[in-house]
Design a protein around this ligand. Sequence first.
Ligand code: HEM
Ligand SMILES: N[C@@H](CC(=O)c1ccccc1NC=O)C(=O)O
Length: 284
Amino acid sequence: MSTENNERELEAGIVTDLSGRMTYGSYLSLDQLLTAQNPVSVPEHHDELLFIIQHQTTELWLKQLLHELSSARELLASDDLREALKRVARVKRIQDVMTQQWAILATLTPTEYAQFRGALGNSSGFQSVQYRAVEFALGNKNEKMLSVFSDHPANLALLTAEWHKPTLYDEFLRYASRRGLPIPAEILDRDVRLPYRETPELVPAIREIYQNHQQHWDLYEACEDLVDLEDNFQFWRFRHLKTVARTIGMKVGTGGSSGVGFLQRALDLTFFPELYTVRTEIGG
Ligand code: HEM
Ligand SMILES: N[C@@H](CC(=O)c1ccccc1NC=O)C(=O)O
């Protein structure tokens, strides 16, 4: 039922004198957050704010992903699979939003982007330390990536620390071993600074989980959650690649790469190879 003057009365209990109190803005540090968008195009291009906010919102979600993935690894290390999978469930929802938001940047046409791309210099998402830390946490370790951050000690320290940590898959397979699954020693003792490489000797243990899933239901569920997580990561990479193709075509990237071709090769990478290999064998 609409009101006569189409105005909502403020209830008597609503706090309006907030002097000296924590407010929405102070709790969320909005003064810092909402003044952190600094376009470099001159004159400022209308679409550069979108370009900045698209990246900054992605970086905030990447921060949350790292928070959840770190917790999931610690929970697995302490044999708490259920709570670890709750963290992974949240990671999957965040990934969905990160991938869906590419639709917003798809409103940036190549003509519009070309009008401010030149102002970006050599800056590139390739220099996203949080994205790289998430890739490391999931298993795509690459020592050569550390050099990208040599001019930023805090970022170098963050990524170097992540480089030395067991990945989510390392912690899951160590947990599965403690549950009695035949996880090869070469995996349990691997140098976690190296990219995770497919180990055929692991497939029988994964096949055991899938073929006797009633006996290993929670591990079976965990494997499917990890496959969801990897699929989602690839969906994000693919939407990024399609956005690149529609905005710069086959141009060389500002970060110096060949562009689309370089990004395409990331789609050939896998975090949890044996979870996919086993599918070829299931059902004979
Ligand atoms: C107009 C939109 C975009 C274009 C044209 C674009 C283009 C590129 C290109 C060409 C690369 C390869 C490195 C280089 O030479 O620069 C790259 C890498 C990357 N970009 Fe973007 N990008 C766009 C939007 C975004 C957004 C919104 C994000 C969100 C954070 C992002 C994150 C990344 C990341 C993480 C990499 C490294 C990927 C990898 O190592 O495989 N990009 N981008
Ligand atoms: N590499 C992009 C430039 C770009 O998209 C970008 C520039 C600054 C900050 C983040 C970016 N996003 C991905 O690389 C390009 O070649 O156009």
